[in-house]
Design a protein around this ligand. Structure first.
Ligand SMILES: Nc1ncnc2c1ncn2[C@@H]1O[C@H](COP(=O)(O)OP(=O)(O)O)[C@@H](O)[C@H]1O
Ligand SMILES: [Mg+2]
Length: 263
């Protein structure tokens, strides 16, 4: 089982887009995939067709230890792809648990009974480095960082790398950044090319070779309730996320992951 947090404290960089579509591609390749929505905006859950305003149970109840994790899981339109949904209620968790002892370890405790049932557990994190993201980083072994290559954001990346390092030292020695994903790439601009070569120079083989191009079909996709491979199978977005999934599997086969090169 591989556990991966898709994290970047910046919003709009394609965390959710990558979680849905990489997760769906891996499931379509026969892997058992669990997606966990950890963003109170519930974008992952609504993308996969849930009415997030009327969730009976969600990650909120799991964090407050009111229900077992398995009780909130729902199937999706993709075989082998399971979802743990969230909605705005999750926003209350940070405040409610602010002074609770062991608050960083809740997710690890609640998810550990199910890990043998999946090949991949992927966590779609909120755009902050608060309690929920720290819980995600305490549970997983790997971090994937989606980056929007339309803006130069190396400062934010350094902050995120430092947070990962702190969690690694204090709470989770296994934690590694094993993948940086260049998203929303616009090949017509010098900036996208410049950003990609800068992160490649700085983070080397941590950066996936597959680049996710800017593609309007991906932007339209959430309202379809499906991943891009079902909504627009011939689109550049479907091609890119399929290639990314292949690269994830290829690196795994070659033993390149988790990557142990220093940050
Ligand atoms: N490759 C892409 N091409 C076009 N639009 C994209 C692409 N990736 C993401 N988007 C759009 O960018 C916005 C932010 O993406 P999202 O995955 O929600 O980011 P995050 O979860 O990091 O906040 C969404 O409107 C999404 O549809
Ligand atoms: Mg999101």
């Amino acid at each position: 089982m591989r556990s991966i947090a898709l994290t970047n404290q910046k919003g709009g960089v394609a965390k959710t887009t990558t979680t849905v579509n990489l997760g769906a591609c891996l499931a379509q390749m026969g892997k058992r995939v669990l997606l966990v929505d950890l963003d109170p905006q519930g974008n992952l859950s609504s993308w996969l067709g849930l009415d997030i305003h009327n969730l009976e149970r969600s990650m909120y109840n799991v964090f407050l230890e009111e229900v077992y994790f398995e009780e909130i899981l729902t199937k999706t339109c993709v075989e082998n792809l399971t979802l743990a949904p969230s909605n705005v209620a999750l926003a209350g968790v940070e405040r409610i648990l602010a002074h609770e002892k062991g608050r960083d370890l809740i997710l690890r405790k609640r998810l550990s009974p199910v890990i043998s049932k999946y090949d991949y557990i992927m966590l779609d994190c909120p755009p902050s480095l608060g309690l929920i993201t720290i819980n995600a980083l305490t549970f997983v072994k790997e971090v994937f960082i989606p980056l929007e290559t339309k803006v130069l954001a190396l400062n934010g990346l350094v902050t995120l790398m430092n947070t990962v390092q702190v969690v690694k030292e204090r709470l989770n020695h296994h934690l590694e950044v094993t993948g940086i994903i260049a998203c929303r790439f616009d090949g017509r601009t010098n900036l996208s090319n410049e950003v990609y070569s800068q992160i490649k120079d700085r983070f080397k083989e941590k950066v996936f070779n597959t680049i996710i191009r800017e593609n309007t079909r991906l932007a339209e996709c959430p309202i379809s309730g499906k991943p891009i491979t079902l909504y627009a199978p011939d689109s550049p977005g479907a091609v890119d996320y399929t290639n990314l999934a292949k690269e994830v599997l290829e690196r795994e086969k070659n033993g390149a992951s988790p990557d142990r090169t220093p940050l």
